[in-house]
Write a protein of this length. Structure first.
Length: 490
């Protein structure tokens, strides 16, 4: 028989076997290396918690690690003091959960180190226990919890999970000391800016988009929102956190900035980031949970539950367009006024993020805050115009207007944060937090609301505005200072 014919018969007879082997190896490779979300697992907790995710992976230092994400389903508070697991016929050598204090609906992240090493792709079964002290009532003051640590309750679970090669690492934290240097208290729910240099943090602790960062106060997760520099290579990341409790005069408090395993991303509930930083737009945006008033104009329609639409002038109403951001177009004799239905008290900061403003022959776009109503001619206003001019229009008394102009502003290119502050003594405009112009006034209107996106000239279209917000004003206009400690394993 010719050699060529023999080879053909061999491939015909056994080729399908080689094909099956190749497919099997390919599927095994996919299960080992693809993201966690397609890997099979079954995780059940018999009471108190829901199990959201589980990973079991080799670890060169300890042997292996079991990582689970669970949600607290009980009313009240649980102070977690321990986590242990039994996997692959071996008990865990250590384990912990962060956050250690959880309330109903919150997630906690638990890691157990196990001495045995699993084979990739194999399925493993085991059990685990979350240990802590349950308090039936929610905490009134989370910094001095009445729910003391203890081992009064054990929440057991079972797990069946495929071993995969994923770098869980550990959980780290940086203590942040926030100091109020003023003689008046920083109010509860104050928005505190936390800025730091991510490029100086241990890269093993950081996810590329910083989505694994969480902030905890008294062991409990608080709301946070990454505004800019939200990458591990950035030299200046800006987060805003919402403090749940007041800081007394001349006092300090501590917030812990946790770095969870890098498999964890923003939740969009407690932890989020600015809408323009993600695709799709506003994927993890939780600004409404952080600021006193907030909207990112996501989608294609205006949220009429928080905005009213009016006009200024005598002609037909101008138009507006919402498409992951909002802009407006004026008619010849009438501008459109999108005005918040909520009202806010002084002092406060009023801010938005947009492209540079445009200026026609007789008017400019404006960010308005003043008395509620369909027209903006009440209260004080911040007006911005290209090329680089800032004008504050404000009232020195009811119905008496004054103007103050500064030109140029630091930069008029690209997307920027424009803002105005008012405290009953003066109004000030700023650009990317850099002061531009300030004017004194003792007139403080009542029933203050937030209006925006105005222009008066026919055919003039405002720049797209991506988000607007109102945030709290610190005592005496002096924000608390922050001091970052060292990166420490949890």
């Amino acid at each position: 028989m010719p050699k060529s014919q023999s080879a053909i018969e061999f491939l015909t007879t056994y080729g399908f076997i080689f094909l099956i082997i190749a497919i099997t190896l390919s599927l095994l490779y996919l299960f080992i290396n693809f993201p966690r979300t397609i890997l099979p697992f079954n995780c059940t907790i018999f009471s108190g918690f829901n199990c959201n995710d589980a990973i079991y992976t080799p670890n060169a230092t300890v042997g292996s690690q079991l990582f689970i994400i669970v949600s607290d389903m009980m009313p009240g508070t649980l102070n977690i003091t321990g986590f242990n697991a039994y996997m692959d016929f071996a008990n865990s050598t250590s384990g912990y959960c962060a956050a250690s204090i959880v309330t109903e609906g919150e997630k906690t992240y638990c890691i157990a180190d196990i001495s045995s090493a699993p084979r990739l792709g194999n399925m493993y079964s085991g059990t685990f226990k979350i240990i802590g002290n349950y308090c039936a009532q929610p905490l009134a003051n989370i910094t001095t919890p009445s729910c003391k640590g203890g081992n009064g309750y054990v929440y057991s679970g079972s797990i069946n999970v495929q071993a995969s090669k994923l770098n869980i690492g550990g959980i780290y934290y940086i203590p942040i000391t926030i100091t109020n240097t003023q003689n008046a208290a920083v109010p509860a729910h104050f928005q505190e800016e936390v800025s730091f240099n991510p490029s100086l943090i241990n890269p093993l602790a950081e996810r590329g988009d910083l989505g694994n960062i969480r902030f905890y106060y008294g062991g409990k997760e608080i709301y946070s929102w990454c505004e800019s520099g939200c990458t591990s290579t950035s030299s200046d990341a800006i987060f805003w956190i919402r403090l749940p409790e007041a800081i007394p005069p001349s006092s300090s408090t501590v917030v812990d900035m946790y770095f969870l395993p890098t498999l964890v991303d923003y939740s969009g509930i407690h932890a989020g980031e600015a809408p323009e930083l993600t695709t799709p737009y506003a994927k993890y945006d939780n600004g409404a949970n952080v600021f006193n008033f907030y909207d990112s104009f996501s989608g294609t329609s205006l949220n009429t539950n928080i905005w009213n639409i009016g006009s200024q002038g005598t002609g037909a109403l101008g138009t507006y367009n919402v498409s992951d951001g909002v802009n407006t177009t004026a008619n010849a004799t009438s501008a459109i006024n999108i005005h918040s239905s909520s009202e806010f008290g002084y002092p406060a900061y009023f801010e938005w993020y947009s492209a540079p403003f445009v200026q026609g022959t007789s008017s400019i776009n404006r960010l308005q805050f003043g008395n509620s109503g369909t027209t903006p001619q009440e209260g004080e206003a911040l007006l911005m115009g290209a090329p680089g001019s800032v004008t504050i229009q404000y009232q020195t008394a009811a119905g008496t207007w004054a103007y103050s102009t500064s030109s140029p502003i630091p930069d008029s290119s690209g997307d920027n944060i424009y803002g105005v502050s008012a405290n009953g003594t003066d109004v000030a405009a700023y650009f990317n937090y850099v002061p531009a112009v300030k004017a004194a006034t003792t007139y403080v209107p009542t029933n203050v609301s937030f209006g925006a996106f105005l222009n008066y000239e026919s055919g003039i279209t405002s720049p797209k505005v991506y988000w607007v917000r109102v945030r709290a004003y610190p005592p005496d206009g002096i924000a608390p200072t922050i001091s970052l400690g060292a990166l420490t394993p949890a």
